[in-house]
Design a protein around this ligand. Structure first.
Ligand code: COI
Length: 371
């Protein structure tokens, strides 16, 4: 990363490392990493950086993972001024550790921050923070099938102040968690409940930002989805309540009989998924027609009944590529591809993960070596 003239690029070396005095011994770590479920186990360290309106970004450090001390008057606890990212570190067969398109996450993090009136962390600083943490906790990067170290950078309003205005004190933190597949039971077709009474985002809202509030708003409909025996909720657009938008925590794609892939266009109300973008690129290169446009729910339901829609899948950093085997909502409950994983879904998942785990050549320059 080139620094601006007259400035010094921030690198991982800018992070002062204070080793934790309660690192888990190797045997305990191995136990914790044996069959990691999503987001339940955390590594020994975390990154912290402070920001203030007067001083900018300061105190880059790697410290023991542990509780954050917050005044009960901290603005984030009241007004939810917070953004986050999700990316993964992958262990390759030669032992090296890589991440996937981190600049894209860094740019999205800055865009999310802008929307939430938080300070923008420069791309190089974001990359340096990831490198600093993964280098320190390298031993926590798992090597089993479908496993990785999930990295969760986040930023929140830590200023103690109850007035409603952008905070003048902000914390940036990165934590890491060894993970397996996002859905319990491994990689398998999941069921989706289409919510018609709740919306995730509206025009001019925060739908395109990765902020906690979007996910908070998804929890009640998500609970409704569980009640219908489904793992995820699918939202429709707020303006017409007819168009697919995205799932609670991932983007959605449909495959047609002719092999074309149709997915909701980036309208400003859905998240610009890095996995979504990568998959669309790979599909186009593989000869699939890819269409980003409005996707009416009625068209998908008709297509499932007629056989025109052959597969539906979810995608995201956490979900990778997850087949959808059932689409249900008020008045409909349809199997997708007989409830089995479709061939396009399986192939694109294989192609993407082969790049991420270093089993296929990275012709796009997407992989970034960390260790
Ligand atoms: C991700 O895919 O990384 C996400 O952030 C989705 C979810 C776990 C919130």
């Amino acid at each position: 990363m080139t620094a601006l003239p007259g400035t010094t690029a921030i690198t991982a070396d800018a992070y002062a490392v204070t080793p934790s005095d309660h690192r888990r011994p190797a045997a305990e770590r191995a136990d914790l990493m044996a069959a990691p479920t999503f987001g339940t186990v955390f590594t020994d360290h975390m990154v912290r950086v402070d920001w203030s309106a007067d001083g900018g970004w300061t105190h880059r450090r790697v410290v023991a993972h542990g509780p954050l001390q917050l005044d009960p008057g901290a603005a984030v606890l009241h007004y939810g001024q917070e953004v986050f990212e999700g990316l993964k570190a992958y262990r390759h067969v030669d032992g090296s550790v890589w991440t996937f398109r981190p600049e894209a996450n860094a740019r999205r993090f800055a865009a999310s921050a802008r929307r939430l009136a938080l300070p923008e962390l420069p791309v190089e600083d974001f990359l340096a923070s990831i490198e600093a943490l993964v280098r320190t906790d390298e031993a926590w990067v798992p090597s089993g099938d479908e496993t990785s170290l999930y990295l969760r950078p986040f930023m929140f309003a830590s200023e103690t102040f109850l007035g409603v205005r952008p905070a003048r004190g902000v914390d940036y933190v990165v934590i890491a968690s060894p993970v397996g597949p996002y859905f319990a039971g491994g990689v398998r077709p999941v069921s989706i409940w289409v919510a018609e009474d709740y919306h995730r985002a509206g025009p001019g809202g925060t739908g395109a930002a990765k902020c906690g509030g979007n996910y908070a708003a998804s929890l009640l409909p998500q609970q409704e989805a569980y009640g219908h025996g489904c793992e995820q909720v699918c939202f429709l657009d707020a303006a017409t309540n007819t168009l697919l938008e995205e799932l609670g925590g991932m983007n959605v794609m449909t495959v047609r009989r002719d092999g074309s892939v149709v997915t909701p266009a980036l309208s400003g109300t859905i998240l610009e998924g890095v996995t979504r973008d990568s998959i669309l690129t790979l599909l186009r290169e593989g000869g699939h027609e890819v269409v980003e446009r409005d996707v009416p729910l009625a068209e998908v339901l008709d297509g499932l009944r007629s056989g025109e829609v052959t597969e539906v899948f979810a995608c995201g950093t956490a979900a990778v590529v997850t087949p959808i085997g059932r689409l249900a909502g008020e008045g409909f409950d349809l199997p997708v591809n007989g409830g089995a994983t479709g061939t396009v879904t399986a192939a694109i998942r294989h192609q993407l993960t082969s790049i991420q785990y270093g089993r296929a050549t990275d012709t796009h320059g997407w992989m970034h070596r960390l260790v």
